[in-house]
Design a protein around this ligand. Structure first.
Ligand SMILES: [Zn+2]
Length: 346
C-alpha cells in the first residue's frame, strides 16, 4: 500500500492523523500514540507510521489496552471519520496483524511503561577515567559509550560510589550507583560500624523514582528496525564487558541490554518489541538455571529465544576472556528446549 503513497502524501496523512487523534509521535518516531478511539484508554493506542517491514504495515493501528486494531489505511480513516483523506488505491492488501508483533489480546495485566525523568545526585559529573573502573577493565570507549560519573566528594552520600545514569530515549530515568569497595571491605566496615555506631555502607545506592523492572540498561543503543538481536544480561557491568569483549560498540545488529536481575517484566518485553527486536539471547549467569528457564518461557511468545549457556556455574561475562565468550556463542547457544534437556542431563 505504502508504495502507492508519495512521501508528501504520507507526511500529510501523518500530520492530519496527529491533529485528528490528538496524539503525538513516540520516542522511536515510528508510532503516533493517542487515546484509544474504542476504549478511550489514554495513550495506549498506536498508529504505525515507521518504515514498513514484512510484519508492520504503514497505518496499521492497535490498542495495547483493549486489543482492537485496524489493518489498513481505509479502516483507519473510517474509524476516525476522515475518509476525505483517503488516497486512491488500486489494490488493498488488507494486512492481518500477526499476533506475535503485538501483545496477545488477553493480556490482563496493564502494561505501564510511563517513566518519569530522574535527577542525578547533586554534583554528579561525568568521568572519563576512574581507578575502580579501570580495575574492572574499562577502556576509553567504555566511558564514551556508557556514561558514568562521580560526585567528586562534594556529596558525601555518594563518596566512593560510581554512578551510571540509566537513559531511555535520551532521558535519564534512573541511576545505579555502586560503591567502589569490594564486598569483603564493605562487610568488614559494616560489622565494625555495628559496634562503633559508625554509618553503614550500602553496596548500591540507586534511584528509587522509577521501578527498575520498567527499565532496561543500554536501551537507546537498540536502533529501531535495525537491531534485530539483543543479549539479555543481569547488570550494567555485563553489558559493558560484552560490548568490549565482543567489540559490539558499533555493531548495529546486536546489542546487550541489562534487565537489572535475572528476570524480565512485561514492560521490558514491550520495550524490546516496539523497537522491532526479533531475537533475544538470554545471557544470565550460568548458575541461574531456573531463572533462565522461566525467562525463556516468558520471552517465547514474542521473540526467537536462545540461551547463551555460560559454563562453570558462577561465572558472568566480566569473568570470561574474549575467547571464552566466543566459544559460548559458537558452541553453547541453545534453544530453550535444548537448554532444558541439557540441564536435566547435567
Ligand atoms: Zn482500546
Amino acid at each position: 500500500m505504502s508504495n502507492q503513497l508519495s512521501s508528501q502524501e504520507k507526511e500529510h496523512l501523518i500530520q492530519e492523523l496527529i491533529r485528528e487523534t490528538g496524539g503525538k509521535i513516540d520516542g522511536s518516531g515510528k508510532n503516533i500514540i493517542a487515546d484509544c478511539p474504542f476504549c478511550k484508554k489514554r495513550s495506549k493506542y498506536g498508529i504505525f507510521v515507521g518504515r514498513e517491514t514484512e510484519r508492520k504495515k504503514l497505518f496499521m493501528s492497535h490498542c495495547f489496552s483493549c486489543g482492537r486494531s485496524t489493518n489498513s489505511l481505509e479502516q483507519l480513516l473510517e474509524l476516525w471519520n476522515r475518509m476525505d483523506l483517503m488516497v486512491t488505491q488500486t489494490a488493498e492488501l488488507n494486512q492481518q496483524l500477526k499476533e506475535n508483533i503485538l501483545f496477545p489480546l488477553d493480556t490482563e495485566e496493564e502494561i505501564d511503561d510511563t517513566l518519569g525523568i530522574v535527577a542525578l545526585p547533586d554534583f554528579y559529573r561525568r568521568a572519563f577515567s576512574h581507578p575502580y573502573l579501570k580495575k574492572r577493565g574499562f577502556v576509553f570507549d567504555d566511558y564514551e559509550y556508557f556514561p558514568v560519573g562521580t560526585t567528586n566528594r562534594l556529596n558525601f552520600r555518594f563518596d566512593d560510589y560510581v554512578i551510571f545514569p540509566v537513559i531511555d530515549e535520551g532521558d535519564t530515568v534512573g541511576y545505579v550507583s555502586r560503591h567502589t569497595w569490594n564486598k569483603e571491605e564493605i562487610d568488614r566496615h559494616n560489622s565494625r560500624a555495628k559496634i562503633s555506631g559508625d554509618y553503614k555502607i550500602l553496596r548500591f545506592r540507586n534511584s528509587t523514582e522509577n521501578e527498575f523492572v520498567k527499565l532496561l540498561y543500554n536501551y537507546d543503543a537498540i536502533i529501531p528496525e535495525v537491531t534485530d538481536t539483543v543479549i539479555l544480561t543481569e547488570g550494567i557491568f555485563d553489558v559493558v564487558a560484552l560490548t568490549r569483549k565482543l567489540d559490539l560498540y558499533d555493531n548495529e545488529q546486536i546489542k546487550p541490554v541489562a534487565t537489572f536481575g535475572k528476570k524480565i517484566s512485561l514492560a521490558q518485553i514491550y520495550k524490546l518489541q516496539v523497537k522491532g527486536v526479533t531475537t533475544v539471547v538470554i545471557g544470565y549467569d550460568g548458575d541461574a538455571v531456573d531463572a533462565i528457564k522461566k525467562t525463556a518461557t516468558d520471552l517465547q511468545p514474542y521473540f526467537d529465544v536462545l540461551i547463551a549457556d555460560i559454563p562453570g556455574g558462577d561465572k558472568d561475562w566480566e569473568d570470561l576472556t574474549p575467547h571464552e565468550i566466543y566459544e559460548v556463542f559458537a558452541y553453547r547457544l541453545k534453544t530453550p528446549i535444548e537448554y532444558k534437556i541439557s540441564k536435566i542431563q547435567e
